[in-house]
Design a protein around this ligand. Sequence first.
Ligand SMILES: Nc1ncnc2c1ncn2[C@@H]1O[C@H](COP(=O)(O)OP(=O)(O)O)[C@@H](O)[C@H]1O
Ligand SMILES: [Mg+2]
Length: 304
Amino acid sequence: MKKRVLILSGGISKERLISLDTGLQVAKELKKNSYRIKIAEPDNNLEKNIKTFRPDVIFNALHGQFGEDGYIQTILERFKIPYTHSGVIASSIAMDKEISKKIFIKNNIRTPKFVTYSYDLNSNYLIKKINNILKFPVVVKPINEGSSVDVYICTKKNIIKTLQSIKHYKRVMIEEFIGGREIQVAIMGKKILGAIELKPKRKFYDYQAKYNSKAKTKHIIPVDLTKNKLNIVLNIAYKAHNVIGCKGVTRSDFKFYKGKFYLLEINTQPGMTKLSLVPEIAAYRGISFLKLIEWILQDASKKK
Ligand SMILES: Nc1ncnc2c1ncn2[C@@H]1O[C@H](COP(=O)(O)OP(=O)(O)O)[C@@H](O)[C@H]1O
Ligand SMILES: [Mg+2]
């Protein structure tokens, strides 16, 4: 008998719309293979939905806060039903760019130098610190957000104004700016799935470059790297997946500059629409969108 799959999508993060899209596309694909599907929000009806639908497995199609950061995973643990992607701890570590970068550094994985800034600190002191440790331009970003939401490249001239405009975060990360190419790697359990290069037409791989087809980011696969360099980046992603303790599918985002790879972050709930990057890498390896989703479901079932 085909499995009953509850797809969790939507949520309250800034990536809500992307998650809804993922949920619909995953549902459509699984229905082709006669799975029993229910799409639900991670809201107050969750318990009722789980009790009435009785899923064999929960497909977590959420992104961002409360969906990708260990919160929903903690709730799902209570129901003792397998759920997809990483567990509580890996999800919360990966979502926190400060903690995950500290773990990368401990494990000799190169990541852009950074400082964090709390808004109660003096901004003159911050500028001094940036001049000493990072140099301008820098990249300002939230510590636990995704989809390039509120990521800004800043000069000495505009950094204070930019910081003021995202004051609600209370604390943000400021990284050295790394030029060069944008390369992302997908890991699928114990398998290194492959890499893709993104060539945004915009200043960087921002929200528009990611989701607005008119912004026309070029996707390049196979990536034009020597075999040796490709192996290096694939293996860094594999190592990052394992040192954080991830499960299922992950996508690691890199910059490649002057022959060196810099790991920006690892995503435990990478985009999973048909046009997302992990499905594109999978397709290149001969794994259809449906097969990829089915693997994710089977992998979730294995966890318990
Ligand atoms: N230190 C950096 N140097 C250069 N570009 C960066 C840096 N950090 C982020 N970016 C740009 O911003 C994008 C989003 O940053 P990332 O750290 O992956 O956050 P998100 O979780 O929002 O995807 C990257 O894909 C890259 O284009
Ligand atoms: Mg990213």
